[in-house]
Ligand binder design. Sequence first.
Ligand SMILES: [Fe+2]
Ligand SMILES: [Fe+2]
Length: 212
Amino acid sequence: MTPSQVEANKQQFLSLCREHIHREGIEKVLAYLENSDFFTAPSSTNFHLNEEGGLCRHSINVFETACKLYEHIALPAIRSGQSPFTEEIPLESIAIAALLHDVCKVKFYHKVEKWKKDAHNKWVSYPGYEVRDDFPFGHGEKSCLMLGWYMRLKPDEMLAIRWHMGMFDMAENGSSQRYAFYAATEKSALVNIIQSADSLSAKLLEQTTVFV
Ligand SMILES: [Fe+2]
Ligand SMILES: [Fe+2]
């Protein structure tokens, strides 16, 4: 991503937040993000959008995907009575849960020199990222906690952010966590939308940079 793409993504993120989120505290959230590495951080170390500006772009991708899932799948089913869910979801809740689901990744990825062997079996260095977590509180859990410093989240939004990784961060966890996740998916349509949008964005829309 070029510096001008990083800046364009930042401006798009800020205007999406200001267009769709009017809750008290949102400007404090945005001020916090602007004073952090949120807009330049990668989205992962070795997977989706592992490049400068990846985290902000990923957050926009999840919002755009969540809007499509809601508009084309969830909302028609809710309105026709086909869905087990009966209540429509405010666009503000989709925006909060999607655009802010990964704020736990602020100050999380740090640039390091990494090493690999080239085609001639010689060690070569390349720029990469490593994880250093100042406050290891979980993933979705930490995003909820951080947002709660500035803004009140609705229960739906908290569940959607808390469980946005779905089964991906559950391999080592016990059955009570799996039960809680399934219960959350049955309680809130937003949980399903954000979890699907996160996975679809990461897997279908976002590339991994391979350093050679
Ligand atoms: Fe995440
Ligand atoms: Fe994500």
